[in-house]
Design a protein around this ligand. Structure first.
Ligand code: BJW
Ligand code: ZN
Length: 243
């Protein structure tokens, strides 16, 4: 912990990458691991464009189930700490999240790079227009208020390309930062998993926060093993008290 506090003290620019683990303590299941979503559901049946083409109502059912679950959950101390980090480091702070759950925004983070989209946004498969949750009728097969085309969740499925602007921004920020946090991510899904590698090879220090070691661990300068909701507030308190 002391080493992580010192890395934070010496940092001018900070980038944080978060994954599903940061929302686990809010009650949102992660994807991989013992109680992960992929233990109960097959990714290829639900999180691919082919799955949506084959059975859009099954895919929508799964997303609507998750929307409802997420709406009952609250941001936890880890999300709140990251919002404080943004307030402190201002423009020298960037948050890239793989999560689609909106909890960073609800915790007060203002600038959030949504790497894999947002479960409360949809887009039309015909006219491409985007609609927020509440702007369309959440029927079993939601339709576009503009052209009646089929709406889809505005998230990134396996095999789909990421928004090139988002990708460029995330790559640039990661290569220009001097401290990079990887928090609650298994580090197996690309291209997100390449961000800590890019940071490290551009000479940034890397801090990992996770309940277990991951493929990112071998490049991390400091591994803080434990729950993000417990570790991050402690790290931040120490930093603020010592700086
Ligand atoms: C805690 C904790 C606590 C628990 N505190 N920690 C290069 C090599 C190999 C394959 C590929 C490659 N490039 C592309 C691919 C293919 C593919 C891929 O990466 N596959 C791998 C799995 C092998 N990638 C793609 O298809 C991407 N598209 C792309 O690259 O386009 C170009 C291309 C296409 C095809 C071929 C080649 C190039 C798109 C990826 C989209 C991922 N989408 C999902 C679903 C989003 C929508 C939704 O939510 O439904 O994104 S899948 C899912 O995984 C979700 C997550 O964002 C993502 C990452 O998961 P995350 O966040 O890391 O969660 P978990 O569950 O894995 O881990 C949780 C962690 O938390 C664990 O480590 C726990 O220990 C920890 N934890 N509690 C701290 N309290
Ligand atoms: Zn439309």
């Amino acid at each position: 912990m002391e080493k992580a506090v010192n890395l934070l003290k010496n940092a001018q620019k900070v980038v944080v990458l978060t994954g599903a683990g940061i929302s686990a303590e809010s009650g949102i299941p992660t994807f991989r691991g013992k109680d992960g979503l992929w233990k109960k559901f097959r990714a290829e049946d639900l999180a691919t464009p082919e799955a949506f083409q084959k059975n859009p109502s099954l895919v929508w059912q799964w997303y609507q189930y998750r929307q409802e679950l997420i709406l009952k959950c609250q941001p936890n101390p880890a999300h709140k700490t990251i919002a404080l980090m943004e307030q402190y480091f201002k423009d020298n702070f960037s948050l890239i999240t793989q999560n689609v759950d909106n909890l960073h925004q609800r915790a007060g983070s203002k600038r959030v790079i949504e790497f894999h989209g947002n479960i409360f946004k949809t887009r039309c498969t015909k006219c491409n227009k985007q609609f927020l949750y509440g702007e369309y009728e959440n029927t079993p097969l939601p339709r576009c208020p503009n052209c009646n085309g089929l709406l889809r969740p505005n998230v990134v499925w396996f095999g789909e390309s990421l928004d090139p602007n988002i990708l460029y921004k995330a790559f640039t920020l990661s290569s220009e930062t001097d401290l990079f946090f990887a928090i609650g991510t298994s580090g197996v899904v690309y291209p997100a998993a390449s961000l800590p590698e890019i940071a490290k090879s551009s000479k940034a220090k890397v801090i990992e926060v996770n309940i277990e070691k991951t493929p990112i661990s071998y490049i991390a300068d400091e591994i803080l093993l434990g729950k993000a909701g417990e570790i991050l507030p402690k790290l931040w308190d120490n930093f603020i008290n010592e700086k």
